[in-house]
Structures are given as structure tokens and as C-alpha cells.
Design a protein around this ligand. Sequence first.
Ligand code: DGT
Ligand code: CA
Ligand code: CA
Ligand code: ZN
Length: 575
Amino acid sequence: MISNGRILGMLAEMVRLMTIDEGTSQAFKVRAYENAIHGIEGYSGNVADLDAKSMAGIKGVGASIAARIVEFVDTGSVKKLDELRSLYPVEFVELLKIPGLGPKTLKMLRSELGIGNLDDLKAALEREALRALPGMGKTSEEKIARAIERLGLHGKDRRTPIAEAWPVAVGLATELAAIDGVTAAVPAGSLRRLAETIGDIDIVVATDDAQPVMDAVSSHPSAQSVVGRGEKKTSIITRSGIQIDVRVVAPSQLGAALLYFTGSKAHNISLRQRAIDRGWLLNEYGLFEDQVVIAADTEESIYQALDLPLLPPPIRENSGEIEAAAKGTLPALVSLGEIKGDLHFHSDRSGDGRSTLEEMVAAAAARGYHYLAITEHGEDLAINGSSREQMLAHRGRIRTLNEQYPDMTLLYGCELNISPTGELDYDLDFRLLFDWCVASVHSSFDLGAEQQTARLLRAMSDPAVNVIGHLTGRYIGRRPGIELELEAVLEGLAVSGVALEVNGALDRLDASAETIRRAVGADVKLVISTDSHHTSDLRRMEFGVANAQRGWAAAADVVNTLDSPTFLEFARSRR
Ligand code: DGT
Ligand code: CA
Ligand code: CA
Ligand code: ZN
């Protein structure tokens, strides 16, 4: 059975390759595939079960794309995709990640200079060959060279942003879990710890019959090459250049294997030392005294035998967690079940929103939230801000809609734009009409640290502001965050009572875990948010919570764990 994840992977590859083929991501055909992806992401059934006609009934999926999906389901491949793959090999497509290299430029580099991969590009930069091309110059050469440095696009050291690796890992694990005899298939390694970038994907599969799993992996359609094949371990490199290690273990040893392959290595070494201190041995097969198993089947049983509570993967970095847990001083880390609302949330009132207000609110209600802040973009954001009139009309719609949800308080909110000097949208009186305001940087990312810091401090002095959204504005692996004086910013937050957002979008994870940990130490309040623009984004809450854990945040540090009355008091407290 072909999963929705596999179909989405195929469509995403079509988008990548057609963007190059068409020369722009705005081409009609590319947009059509993107719409199909959004539609399928929001579809809860199994797409492969549908015929072409009912597939075309899914929002965003047209007849010709439906036909391609059917071809994929029936034959395991798509002719058009194969053609595009031979035109644009992986090592060429990879160059698209470099800021400043759009599809048109890339095609020109290939036709004019024969550049087909990173090594070719570096050599061309070396001999200053790019600057002679139309639309290029010395500055563009320098910019590209810097971007190559910063993205770490260097052969084996290359790391993949977690947002890119996550769907690949979860998709493959879901497929392997469906193989007969498999009792569990779990992504481990740095991905499970929610590291920002992933060296390779590690998947642990529990079954007594390794052969079908190893076969499925080595013949997987996403594999470009098989780089290792053993009885219990197979490694492949995907067409998008990510290495995946799949290891098979006996179900009775799943806990020990997960613990070992989740790491981090430093955490493992400390745990093993704890075992040695007790005269025991800890490895990927279990915890042993002489040859006798003390614990092996679950991670929890192993931690327990070592007099420790189950430590969640995000904090397994050997940065004091084992010592703190042993002493009982580890904070009770925030958990998903404690989250009572989402406080950074867009509908299609924002130009980049993709679901209606009604759909978004229904999705939040389905999660059992007690409160929800609708935070459409403020007027200044170039393409998709809302005017005063639009905002006030939206407020009416929100209030009316709230009548249908007696168990949830809807807050009329806004995501205000912080100007380069720290001013905010509208005027203070208008801002104070909002029940909840996120304030975020969406422009002038290149200012110096001093200016950025002043800008943020000024924004948080505004009485309408409740939380600073995605603090640095980074996109992991694509855009560095703004520079700022963290100490001063955290002190400003602590003094003003403005919260710091933990943005759960996987390509942001902003604030970073390090910043969160420092914020917690500085008594700064946190808000964990999804920044949803579509109903399928609400699940980002689990990433936000995991990143907050990675920053050692307790429920008491997180505003949206408060019960409704206490939260509403917090929302009003600076007004
Ligand atoms: P990555 O792939 O660089 O993002 O980081 P990880 O943490 O996924 O590292 P990886 O893939 O090399 O290994 C997966 C896990 O296996 C790692 O987190 C801990 C465990 N591991 C690997 N090598 C060793 C080792 O030499 N000693 C111990 N104790 N554990 C290891
Ligand atoms: Ca790994
Ligand atoms: Ca690995
Ligand atoms: Zn934003």
C-alpha cells in the first residue's frame, strides 16, 4: 500500500523539478502541484484507495495530477517524473538551496558554464567566471560563496534542516511499521531529539524477521543508492541526498536499541558509566549483570533500573540532565497534554493564510483547547496585512463564531510588525482593542545587533504587546536569524512581563533551545505557538513542546498551560 506520505514525497519532488524546468516557482503547473500537496495534507483518508475521479474531488487536486497519482499508485513510478530526474540530477537540484541561485540562473550556469554540481560551481567561483554572465557580478559571486559556507554544503559534513528530514523519516517509518511482523518502527538519532539539523536519519525497527525490512529499504523508490546492506542494517541515500540508516532489532530489545540509537552519544556514555558504577553493562542490546538481562524492552525500564526517571529525547544531550534527574532537581518539563490553547494563529484573512477562520477554529476546538488567539497580520506587512476596517469586521466574525464554541474563548488578536526602529502597526488606541498581540520582526533582517536589540526593547515596551514572535526570524539552513544582544533582550522581557514565543514551525524552531534555556533561567515567560496558516499546521504544537523541553522549560514557565481565567488575566495584565 502506498501511503499518503509517499504520494506527498512524489508531488514534492515534482514541485522541485518543475520549478527548475519552468524557471520559476510561480509557474501555473508548479502552483497546481503545491495546491494538490496542501489538499492531500488536509485529507484524512488513504489517497491510494481512491480512483482518479474521487481523487480529483480532493480540494486542490485536478484531473491531470490525479492521473499522475494513479500512475504512481499502480506502477510505482511516474513517467514525467523520471524524465525530469534525468534532466535534473540530484547534485544539480541541490544547488537550488543556495540563496541567490534561482532556477533561471541555475539553468544559465549549466548552459553557459557547464555547471552541474557543487564542485563545478566552486571551481567556477574560484576562477571568477560567474561575474561575466548577464545579471551577475562580483557581489553575486561573493554572496553565493558565503552562502555555500554558511549552509555547510560540503559533501559528507552536509547537514539537513530538520524540517526537511522529518517527513522523510516519519514517512519511511510509517511504511516499515506496516510490514508483516514489524511491531515498531521509530525514527531515532538527532531527529528524535529535535536537533535543528540532521546528519543522517536513524530508524529502529523491531521484528524477528529482518529480511523483508532490509529488502523494502534497499529497493525503496526514494533511494538513489544503497550505501550499506547487512543482515540487520541497511543504509540508503535518498534522491534528495539524505542518508538513512535502518536497523532491525529484536522486539524484546527495542528499548535498549532506541536508547542507544537516540543518543546523544555523550548522553549514552554517561548512562553507561552509571551502569558500570553499579557493576553492570549497558549496550544497544540491554542492561546486563554478567550475562543476565536486567532491563531491555523499554527505555523507561532501563532508566528506572539506573534510578532515573524516563528522560525525554529532547534533553538527552548530556548537558546536566542525568545529574539533575538523579538529584531530583530536573524541572517537571512541560508536556503536550498541558497545553490549553494556541496563541499565534492565522486564517485566510491573512494573505498567506490557507484555511478559513471557521476551519481553523474548528481544528483548534477538535484539539480541546480552552482558548485561542486569532492573530492576523497587522496592516504594514507588505503583501498580506489587514486594514483597520478589515480587522474590526474580523472581530465581529470572531465574536459571532465564538457563540458556537461555549467551551473555548476566542481572542481577537494581531501579529504586529516591528518596524526597524521598533514602532508597531496602527496606533496605540487601536492596538489596545486587541485581546492579544504577538509582535514580530518581518523586515530589515540585516541591521546590527545594537539596532535590533533597541528595536525589540522598544516593541516590548508597548502595553498592547503580549509576546515577541519568532525572535530571530531565522529559517534553519535558509536564512540566518537577526543578530541581537540576547542578555539585554531577555532582561527586557523579564522586566516588561512580555513573553517569548517558542515557535513550533519545524523550519523555524525560534526561539532556539539554547535561547529558551537562558530565558527560563532569566525568569522570562514562554508561549508555545504553532503560527498556523492551515489546519494541518496545528500539529506543530508537538514540535514546540519538544523544543521547549529541549530548553528545559517547565509547565510553570509556559503561559498557555494556564487555566482560562488565569490566562485571560495574563492577557490583560499589561493593558
Ligand atoms: P547526527 O546524525 O549527526 O545528526 O547525530 P546522531 O545523534 O543521530 O548521531 P549518529 O547518527 O551518528 O548516531 C545515532 C546514535 O547512535 C547517536 O545519537 C548515539 C549512538 N551512537 C553512535 N555512535 C556511538 C558511539 O560511538 N558510542 C555510543 N555510546 N553511542 C553511539
Ligand atoms: Ca543520525
Ligand atoms: Ca546514523
Ligand atoms: Zn510572523
